[in-house]
Design a binder for this molecule. Structure first.
Ligand code: C2E
Ligand code: MG
Ligand code: MG
Ligand code: MG
Length: 286
């Protein structure tokens, strides 16, 4: 029972706070139900080779269409799921689904799955990943896992051991949203990693602001020196893409300039479509 009601008088502010609290509780209950009913679905956003000539990987992105409220952004429901302690159920669902969808794509295309910090606190993730691979029949070499810098803060030693084990099994490890957390480039050297996904905030102003471009190029250069492969996220315009290619700043590009997230069955179609069109017009709006 809310405090305001006990006191008798309900101010507009208190009523609004109660309203929001109740709404949040309702959303959590609905999320719990959606997760247990496996009502979430996945879309996949391709990562293209920087010249646009081929899709190398596609990232699984969870979607939740709420029956009344419509589409709820993953930034919102993933955080809720973390708070509620049900993120591991989402991760399991996404892993199984993503691995089996990948089996229906051309062999050279890998699939990438996001892990949350919670997933890496628990060595159970090793058996969940093993089960998803076994169940789908997917080769470990076609599975990428994305972790963020925040995953590594809590128990760096335990997390490092889990990542090293996943990598020993042939899985590719990527650090996601790089540059938005607190860690420095020197930190990269100590982690079992293959790929750095540079956050889209680095790309946003590279055309207008040469200092931003320099920052991006410096970051890329250092990561490359450490033997890591580069993905640049959030490339939206032809101008940005041209600039990145002029400076050979990236291996892979993930962004609206090539494609938005699409249903699984569109991945082979996008791959097929490449080569039928000239490079400048290879812009996939689906
Ligand atoms: P992320 O892993 O960094 O995924 C990339 C996000 O950037 C996606 O947003 C994608 O749609 C968006 N994006 C890609 N290219 C562009 C672009 O050119 N411009 C702009 N403005 N945006 C672009 P989305 O799907 O809303 O996902 C947001 C975040 O939610 C993800 O960021 C990830 O952290 C989290 N997320 C999504 N699905 C899952 C999941 O299955 N598990 C976990 N743990 N997190 C997930
Ligand atoms: Mg990601
Ligand atoms: Mg990212
Ligand atoms: Mg993100």
């Amino acid at each position: 029972e809310s405090k305001s009601r006990l006191k008798g008088g309900i101010s507009g502010f208190e009523r609004e706070m109660d309203g929001r609290y109740i709404e949040q509780q309702k959303l959590k209950a609905d999320l719990r139900e959606a997760v247990s009913a496996q009502a979430l679905h996945l879309v996949f956003q391709p990562m293209f080779r920087a010249d646009g000539a081929r899709i190398e990987c596609a990232e699984a992105l969870a979607r939740w269409v709420h029956p009344e409220k419509g589409s709820i952004p993953p930034d919102v429901f993933i955080r809720l799921a973390e708070e509620m302690g049900i993120i591991s159920d989402i991760t399991r669902f996404v892993l199984f689904k993503a691995c089996s969808e990948c089996m229906s794509w051309p062999d050279h295309i890998a699939v990438s799955v996001n892990l949350s910090a919670r997933d890496l606190r628990d060595a159970d993730i090793l058996s969940v990943v093993a089960d998803a691979l076994a169940h789908s029949g997917l080769d470990a070499a076609r599975l990428h896992l994305e972790v963020t810098e925040s995953c590594l803060i809590d128990e760096p030693q335990a997390v490092r051991a889990i990542l090293a084990e996943l990598r020993a099994r042939g899985i590719t490890i990527a650090i996601d949203d790089f540059g938005t957390g607190f860690s420095s480039l020197s930190y990269l050297d100590t982690l079992p990693l293959d790929i750095v996904k540079i956050d889209r905030s680095f790309v946003r102003n590279i055309v207008e602001d040469t200092r931003r471009l320099k920052l991006l190029r410096g970051t890329v250069h250092l990561a490359r020196e450490l033997g890591l492969k580069i993905v640049i996220e959030g490339v939206e315009t032809e101008e940005q893409l041209a600039l990145l290619n002029k400076h050979r700043s990236t291996d892979l590009v993930q962004g609206y300039v090539f494609s938005q997230p699409v249903p699984s069955q569109n991945i082979p179609l996008l791959q097929q479509g490449i080569g039928r069109r000239p490079v400048q017009r290879r812009r996939n709006k689906v």
